[in-house]
Structure formats: C-alpha cells, structure tokens
Unconditional design. Structure first.
Length: 477
C-alpha cells in the first residue's frame, strides 16, 4: 500500500514501471514529472524514466528532445534505451532521425540494432538516414542486418533506392536477413519489379522460411512476376518448380498461359510437384475444371486421387466434373441389393475382388464420394451415385458416401430408405455417418426416428451420440 502513494522518484529508482504507468493512466500530468527525472544523476532513475516514456508512446512527444540528448550519454545502456524509446514514441520523434542514423555506426551491437528499429518505426526518412541504413546492410552483425532490412521495409516507398541493396541481401549467409530483405522489397513497392529475377532465384534458397517469404513477396508484386515464374517451372530443381507452382496458385490469376504451364506439371516426375500443381489449379478455381478433368482420364491412381480432391476443393463450381466422378464411384458390387447377412456380404466381396483384385480403385471411390459431397448439391446424378455407393463392398466407401449425402442436405431426401437400411451396417463408422446424415437431411418421419432410436444403445459410444444428436436435430425443427 505504501508503494501506491510513494513519490514518482522512488518508484523510478525501484523500477516499479507498472505503478508509474498506472499513475500516468490516471493522471497524465505525472508525465511532466517523469520527463524532469531524465536529468537525474542517479542511473536507475534516468534509465527508467526513459523506459516509461517509451511505453507511453506518442503521449511522450514533449520528451523527445530530452531523450534525443540521451543518445550521446556515456552509459551505453542509457543510449540504447533512448533509441528504443524513441522508436516506440514513433513518428512524432522525427527530430531524432539524424541522431539515430549516426548510431548505426556505433561500436555497441545492441545500440546499432535499436537505432535501426527506431528508424523504421519513426519513418520520416532523410537522404542521410536511408544512406546510413543501406550501408548498415553490410553490418558485421546478422541481428543488425536483419533489423536494418526490416526498417527499410517499414519506411516503405521512400526507401526505393535501397531495392538493389536488398536484392543483394537476398543472398546473405543468414536466413533471417534473406527473409527480411524479401519482405521489405514488397513493402517498399515502388520499383520492386526490378527485384523479380533475384526473388525468383531465391526459390533455390536452402531455408523454407526464406522461400516462403519470397513467394509471398512475388504474390504481392502480382502479374509482373508471372512470365519469370513460368520460365522456371521447368527448372531441374524440384524445389524451384514447387515454389513456382505455389506462387502462381496463390496469385489466383485465371490466365490460360498460367493454367497451361501448371497443368503440364501434373505429369511431373516428382510426386510433390504433381500434388502442388493440382493444388494450384484448385486455388485458381472454376476455369481450371476442364483441365483437371482432362488430366483425370490419363492419370495414375495416386494422381487421380489428388485431382479428384482438387475438384472437390473447388466446390459447386466444379459441377462439370460430376459425370466423371460418378463414373469413378461406380462398382459392379453396388448393384446387389443390400442385406445384412453373411451370404450377401460374401457375394458382394467376391464380385468386388473379381472386378478389382488388388483393391487399387477403392481409394478412388472414396475420394470420388467425398468430392461429390462438396460438388453435387442439387445434382440428381450425384445423389443417385452416392445412394448406390451405400451398397459398396468397402465400408470406407459406404462411410464417405453417407457423409456426403449428409452434406447434400435436403436435396438427398430421396435416399432416406437406403440410409435407414444402412443403420444396420456391420461397420460402426458407417452407422455413425449414416445417423449423422439423417439428421442433416432433416426429414422427420416416424420411421426415421424409430430407426435412429435403435442406435441409442449401440455398442459404440460415438454411434449412440450421433443417433441422439440426429434425433434432437429432427425433433427440434
């Protein structure tokens, strides 16, 4: 309690920053007293006064001149704290810019670092400050070089003359410097197109964080970067190809040249590159659907699954793909009428084996069922195919078909008789998704409620819970 009423001088000496800030928040006139203590001969009072004024931010504008004078203090820690606080005070501390620029050549690393950070936060650059920051990109300390690169980005378009030097820093030995340089190039904006070749070359960087930032920078630059990126899609290094695809996909530009260049990599020798190509086409959206369908026909099983997933990711805009997905979901064993008997299960399994002995196509049917749930709302063909898939010999296909019918909602109401039968499925996952689907479709009939009630005491807890939730959903309508 004594501390709450203690003099400001004592609180500053004891480093009770929290209490001083609390006093200022209640009474801003306390700021004037804190400013006076900058002249204290007691180091702790002086240091903590500067620290408090930085924490207050722009409200400390009247203290800027005094804090600037502390940049020449013989105590390096006072000098460093003054630089840090000026940065926190922000653009109202513009008179400090020249003094901070001079500190970029100080012998103490932490002072150089804080001076760079402050220059970025204050802005209001001068020819001297930009020149000093550019020179500091060659600082012996990677920490300082990183903060200098960031500061140039924060200054923005006024630092456009630093672009060539930031391009050089894209090859710095330290990944944090390379990352900061890439980000700053895009933040500066003006004339950043000059850096496109250097940025694209950085796709070969060994650190993923640098490549990620470079990719983001190129996305922000936009269309001007497209020709250069397309050129490296045939690069011998798969990482470069992958980064190029990622970047074009994030741009989401529906240009035939881009789509064609990416689609050529759907047959790349690298599985990772092929996957990224499908993802990029998915990101671009509807206009890529014909390309994906065309490649679906000639793709191997793994690639088929990736392309089907990409089509599902596009959603209802990929409705053109429904016939292809319906065809891939079909299985001869689905034509047998469902019966929860051992004989039926055996017959269905034999038929499935004869058609696909190594079960290679099961994963294709699974992915097709999933994607039809994302694409096929209001599609009779999609609904019919998923209904037939509820009779598939593989429980995982039946499970995904039920899940997708639930996604289709009320448009799948015609499938309720089949779903009711599937509540007796031997596989608990199928019963789970089927009961869930009945709740989502939303048709409340006595038969549906009665059949769901039979699952309330299912041997699997998650099936019981799903049935109860479905009943609640239906009865609360």
């Amino acid at each position: 309690m004594k501390e709450l009423s203690a003099p400001i001088e004592k609180l500053l000496r004891d480093a009770r920053i929290d209490l001083v800030l609390s006093r200022i928040e209640k009474d801003e006139s306390v700021l004037s007293e804190v400013i006076k203590h900058i002249d204290s001969d007691i180091r702790s009072i002086k240091f903590n006064s500067i620290h408090v004024l930085g924490e207050v931010g722009k409200k400390s504008a009247d203290a800027v001149s005094k804090i600037v004078s502390c940049l020449e203090d013989d105590d390096w820690s006072i000098c460093r704290e003054a630089a840090r606080s000026l940065g926190k005070i922000g653009n109202v501390a513009k008179e400090a810019v020249s003094h901070l620029s001079g500190l970029l050549g100080d012998n103490e690393e932490s002072i150089r670092k804080e001076a760079a950070i402050a220059l970025g936060k204050i802005g209001n650059p001068t020819l001297e400050s930009i020149s000093s920051l550019i020179k500091a990109l060659d600082d012996e300390s990677e920490i300082v070089r990183t903060e200098v690169a960031k500061a140039l980005g924060e200054i923005g378009p006024d630092a456009n003359e630093s672009i060539p030097y930031l391009m050089k820093s894209l090859k710095d030995i330290n990944w944090t410097v390379r990352t900061a340089s890439a980000q700053s190039i895009s933040l500066i904006g003006k004339e950043s197109t000059k850096a496109i070749p250097n940025l694209i070359s950085a796709f070969e960087d060994s650190d993923w964080r640098v490549r990620y930032r470079v990719s983001n920078t190129l996305v922000e630059i936009g269309e001007a970067a497209v020709p250069g990126i397309i050129e490296v899609l045939n690069h011998k290094n798969e990482i470069v190809r992958k980064e190029g695809i990622d970047t074009l996909g994030e741009m989401k530009i529906a240009d035939p040249k881009i789509i064609n260049a990416i689609s050529n990599l759907l047959t790349d020798k690298s599985e990772r590159v092929r996957g990224k190509a499908a993802d990029a086409l998915r990101n671009i959206g509807k206009v890529t659907v014909p390309t994906l369908i065309k490649n679906l026909e000639k793709a191997n099983i793994k690639m088929k699954i990736i392309i089907i997933s990409a089509l599902g990711g596009i959603g209802i805009d990929a409705e053109e793909a429904i016939p292809s997905l319906v065809n891939l979901l079909k299985n001869v064993a689905q034509e047998e009428k469902y019966s929860p008997t051992f004989g039926f299960m055996l017959k269905r399994s034999i038929l499935a084996f004869l058609k696909d002995p190594l079960a290679r196509k099961v994963s294709i049917r699974v992915e097709s069922a999933r994607s039809l749930g994302d694409i096929g709302r209001d599609s009779v063909d999609a609904t019919n195919a998923l209904e037939s898939a509820m009779n598939d010999p593989k429980s995982i296909v039946r499970r995904e078909a039920a899940l997708s019918l639930g996604k289709l909602g009320s448009s799948a109401a015609k499938t309720i008789p089949v779903l009711i039968k599937s509540l007796e499925d031997r596989n608990p996952d199928v019963r789970w998704r089927t009961s869930e689907a009945l709740g989502l479709i939303g048709v409340n009939t006595e038969e549906v409620i009665s059949c769901l009630n039979t699952l309330i005491h299912d041997k699997c807890d998650y099936v019981c819970e799903s049935a109860i939730n479905a009943i609640d959903d239906l009865t609360e309508q």
